[in-house]
Every structure is written in structure tokens, then in C-alpha cells.
Design a protein around this ligand. Structure first.
Ligand SMILES: C[S@@+](CC[C@H](N)C(=O)[O-])C[C@H]1O[C@@H](n2cnc3c(N)ncnc32)[C@H](O)[C@@H]1O
Length: 213
């Protein structure tokens, strides 16, 4: 997948790209490209946002700035999926992640302060996603959430067997995964369920099925 992120802080993604599973698939299943709106803005002094029409606090990301960024990278409006990260978008779920992980090319647009000029969402994007019903200060944390969630669904991202049976997966009928335990088996009298120590694989499977939440 070629995944392009437009942002004001490309350097902020350095941490993400060093972490598994993103680091594992980078350069193979994932080609992650980071573009700064400032590099292509048609305005002077790297300006990218402006005061809202009608007044009020905060600055709004300009439509001409985003159009220029898309033009510089794609030579116009790309034919693939372009997603605005915004609290007004459709809510991100594992189902949406699975849908997005099938794309070959995708673009994420981030904003900050008061958000996007609405014409960006209406005319330059064909999808919009919210990572939850709360407001963050910028679209970079949501973009990183999306990159991580998608990366772990790409081939080779996870060790065999660790990505199939997870919370929200089809294997668990969309439910939450059963509890996990590790050593010590007894900590201050908090004992690990006996069945998990028994070596009875069928019993363990049964217990796990019963404890899907
Ligand atoms: C402070 S927010 C803007 C909030 C906007 N004025 C509102 O009230 O809906 C700045 C930017 O952060 C990003 N953002 C904030 N919360 C988000 C969320 N829940 N999902 C996706 N993006 C979000 C978006 O890119 C947004 O334009």
C-alpha cells in the first residue's frame, strides 16, 4: 500500500515509523510518504491557515493550500481514496480498518486549530474519518492511529497467528478477547485460573471461548 500523509509536522511521525508493526512493513507492504503543506503552499512565509469567515477564534486550514499540495504530489485530484481526519467523519472501527487495509493507495489529510475549510472535505476528499467522539488538538494523532491500525493488517506485519484472533475480529465474532496471564502463577494470592496451567489444550480453548467478552 502507498499511504501518503499530509501534515504540518512530518518529523512527528519518526517515532511511529520506528515501532512495530509499522517498521516491519515499511519498505515492503507499506510505502509511507509524509508531505508538509508548508513545502507547497502558494502563500508567503509558509502560511497555511487563515481567520474564519464570520469571525470567531482560531485559524482554519486553507483550501488553496491543500489543493496546491495535492497538485504538487499527484498533478491534480487523485483518483484514489483521500481521507480527511476530522471529528465530523465516520467513526473508526475495526471494520473500517479492514476496509481501508485493502486499498492500494490512500491519502490522509490532517488539520489543526479550528480544522479544515469545509470545501477541503467536500471537494478534495472522498472520505472522512473520526477516531472517536472527542476532540484532539490536531489530526496527526488520528493519522498515526490509522497508520498503525492499517499496518498491523498488512501481510507480514505480525507474527503468524497473533493477528487473527483479536478483539473485534471475525474469529471472535466481533467480541473482545479473553483475558491473558503470564508468570508468576500466584501473585499475592491472585491466582491464574487453574485450567490455563493444566496443559489441557481443549480445556484451555473452552475456557477462552467462555471468557470472550
Ligand atoms: C481542534 S481540532 C478541530 C475541532 C473542530 N473545531 C470541531 O469542533 O469539531 C483540529 C484538528 O484535529 C483533528 N482531530 C481532532 N479530533 C479528531 C478526531 N476525533 N478524529 C479525527 N481527527 C480529529 C482534525 O484534523 C481537526 O481538524
Amino acid at each position: 500500500m502507498q499511504l501518503d500523509v499530509f501534515t504540518l509536522v512530518p518529523h512527528a511521525y519518526a517515532w511511529l515509523t520506528e515501532q512495530r508493526p509499522v517498521a516491519t512493513v515499511l519498505g515492503a507492504e507499506l510505502d509511507l510518504r509524509l508531505f508538509s503543506y508548508r513545502d507547497t503552499t502558494p502563500l508567503r512565509s509558509g502560511q497555511v491557515d487563515d481567520e474564519p469567515y464570520g469571525g470567531g477564534a482560531g485559524m482554519v486550514l486553507r483550501v488553496d493550500v491543500v489543493a496546491a499540495a495535492l497538485e504538487a504530489v499527484y498533478g491534480g485530484q487523485p483518483a484514489h481514496r483521500v481521507i480527511a481526519l476530522t471529528p465530523q467523519g465516520r467513526q473508526l472501527t475495526q471494520g473500517v480498518v479492514e476496509e481501508l487495509a485493502k486499498e492500494e493507495r490512500m491519502t490522509l489529510l490532517t488539520s489543526r486549530f479550528e480544522g479544515f475549510d469545509e470545501r477541503i472535505v467536500e471537494h478534495l476528499c472522498n472520505d472522512s474519518i473520526s477516531v472517536g467522539p472527542y476532540v484532539l488538538s490536531n489530526g496527526d494523532l488520528p493519522a498515526m492511529v490509522l497508520v498503525d491500525a492499517i499496518a498491523r493488517r498488512l501481510p507480514g506485519a505480525l507474527a503468524a497467528g497473533s493477528g487473527e484472533v483479536e478483539s473485534f475480529s471475525d474469529e471472535l465474532g466481533g467480541a473482545l478477547e479473553y483475558p491473558h496471564y503470564t508468570r508468576p502463577a500466584d501473585f499475592h494470592g491472585w491466582r491464574v485460573p487453574d485450567i490455563l496451567l493444566s496443559g489441557d489444550h481443549a480445556g484451555v480453548e473452552r475456557w477462552r471461548k467462555e471468557h470472550v467478552r
